[in-house]
Design a protein around this ligand. Structure first.
Ligand code: MSP
Length: 498
């Protein structure tokens, strides 16, 4: 990833993406996790002055969409309405989670048809497409073919544990095998992080890389191939192209934005992003993405989150209790970004109350309460109740020094832990000074300590938090700009359960 340390007058561009999500179900915390991560990085890069393009959206041209629409009672002639309604739900959910995306793409949009067909034509022109016949076991829930030895007993899909179907059809193939060595080099050069995932893909490549079918003859929805309108583009091939669509491709302005600086994806879809996708771009003679980062998976009570298990947790139901920042703090400190871990309501409550409430919330609340108390002792005219540097602080903090390495390594847990460590330090400093004792005889000295020593530290902490807990950052700025206002709501009101 990496932004330049030395800022010239021209801003760096930072293009970051999330996967585009299937619309057969509503968003759950796993989807929100990936999207929050991209949002944090987008916010961080905006704060250090980069020109950010942050894209997300919905992957609609899947058989899953049709099945889900029918199950939801839409009827086969009403699929478009289902697509619109579900995309609306995703879009709205991201808005309610305060995701700062710049573009929300849906793959049934005209612009995506145009980008897909243009890129496919380039690949076709490079001689990497040929016609063949495919026979294989297909899981439509994964939108993937499986080899016999990858299936579970009774020929069940290894991911969904549901039956796969035998597909026999005339297909167009992409000469993926041709790119094996180049892809290997790209992976060895560090395209994918964390490194364990790279090793996983390298050993997959060792088993040989086969060409892939890139069309479906009988698909009900999808984008027709430019050279044979009777075939629809294989959904994964087309979905990957969404990243290009969002840059305005094929209009020539796209070159200023391409390639992406970072694709954030789940560990489940790295073969698509780090093998097929770079090969497609190499074939079309386009630059490949600079970095792909694979996040780990949340389970719930040890179980995979799945529609069939019905255990998905709606992120919106959690933010009513712990706020967006409470949820983000929990998600990003539960385990390092890139590893797997389990979600638990109780841990969310404990961390929310114990860390955010008792440490950060308490620091801000008691500081302000004491300022108000000592100010009320009728000394208003003797001291200036203003927090130093409230407006200048933006310029005095240097993101690039403090957390740039941790942000570039996506170590959100370490950043948050380090901020909370500093919160503890400031709390200790207050204990040591004991303004409640000093203030009894010398309220001005207590006020001076709170306003000139503690508040600037809180302010600085709030800027450190800004890319991650942006709402808390804003609330702290509000409080510090107006420290005598007694109506500020609590930062993290205590909760008993979820
Ligand atoms: N539509 C494809 C992606 C196409 S991108 C060109 C797809 N969609 S999905 O709706 O299944 O979303 C997958 C992504 O959601 C995962 O790659 C991951 O980023 C995120 N997650 C889904 N479940 C998750 C967890 N349980 N935990 C963490 N992330 C999860 O695949």
């Amino acid at each position: 990833m990496g932004h330049k340390q030395d800022k010239s007058d021209k801003n760096n561009k930072f293009f970051i993406t999330t996967p585009i999500f299937y619309i057969n179900d509503k968003p759950h915390i796993g989807h929100a996790y990936t999207t929050f991560a991209a949002d944090i990085l987008a916010r961080y890069h905006r704060l250090i002055g980069d020109d950010v393009l942050f894209t997300t959206g919905c992957d609609v041209n899947s058989k899953k969409t049709i099945v889900a629409a029918e199950e939801a009672g839409y009827g086969s002639d009403n699929i478009d309405q289902y697509i619109q309604d579900m995309s609306q739900i995703w879009h709205e959910c991201w808005n309610q989670l305060d995701i700062s995306f710049d573009d929300f793409i849906m793959t049934n949009e005209e612009r995506h048809y145009s980008a897909t067909r243009t890129l496919l034509s380039s690949i076709y022109k490079s001689g990497d497409i040929y016609e063949g016949y495919y026979e294989g076991m297909y899981c439509y829930k994964c939108e993937t073919f499986y080899k016999e030895n990858e299936l579970l007993a009774d020929q069940l899909c290894p991911i969904h544990k549901s039956s796969v179907e035998l597909l026999k059809e005339k297909n167009y193939f992409f000469k993926l095998s041709r790119y094996k060595e180049e892809i290997k080099e790209i992976l060895q050069a560090g395209l994918l992080k964390p490194k364990t995932r790279t090793n996983e893909l390298l050993s997959f490549l060792e088993q040989g890389l086969e060409d892939i079918s890139i069309s479906r003859e009988n698909a009900q929805i999808g984008i027709p191939l430019p050279w044979d309108e009777n075939h629809k583009t294989y959904i994964w091939v087309e979905a990957l192209i969404n990243y290009l669509t969002c840059t305005g491709y094929p209009n020539k302005d796209f070159t200023g934005l391409w390639p992406p600086d970072l694709h954030i994806v789940g560990k489940d879809i790295i073969r698509f992003h780090c093998i097929i996708w770079p090969a497609m771009l190499l074939s079309a003679k386009m630059p490949i993405p600079k970095q792909v980062f694979a996040n780990g998976f949340f389970t719930i009570n040890g179980e995979k989150i799945s529609k069939s298990l019905g255990n998905a947790i709606n992120p919106l139901s959690l933010i009513y209790k712990v706020g967006i920042d409470g949820l983000k703090y929990y998600l990003f400190t539960s385990f390092p970004f890139g590893s797997d871990g389990d979600y638990s309501d109780q841990r969310l409550v404990d961390i929310y109350n114990g860390v955010l409430g008792n440490k950060l919330g308490n620091l801000v609340q008691r500081t302000i309460a004491m300022i108000q108390k000592y100010n009320d002792l009728d000394i208003k005219k003797k001291i200036n109740i203003e927090i130093p540097n409230i407006s200048k602080v933006r310029h005095t903090l240097n993101y690039e020094d403090k957390y740039s390495k941790l942000f570039s390594e996506l170590k959100f847990d370490k950043i948050l832990e380090s901020i909370i460590y500093e919160v503890d330090e400031v709390n200790k400093e207050i204990e040591l000074f004991a303004p409640w004792t000093v203030g009894k005889n010398d309220p001005i000295r207590a006020l001076d300590f709170l306003l000139n020593t503690i508040c600037p530290k809180i302010l600085s902490l709030s800027w450190d938090l800004a890319p991650i807990l942006n709402q808390t950052h804003n609330k702290i700025l509000d409080i510090l700009s107006n420290p005598l206002d007694k109506n500020h709501p609590l930062l993290f009101p205590r909760i008993d359960n979820i």
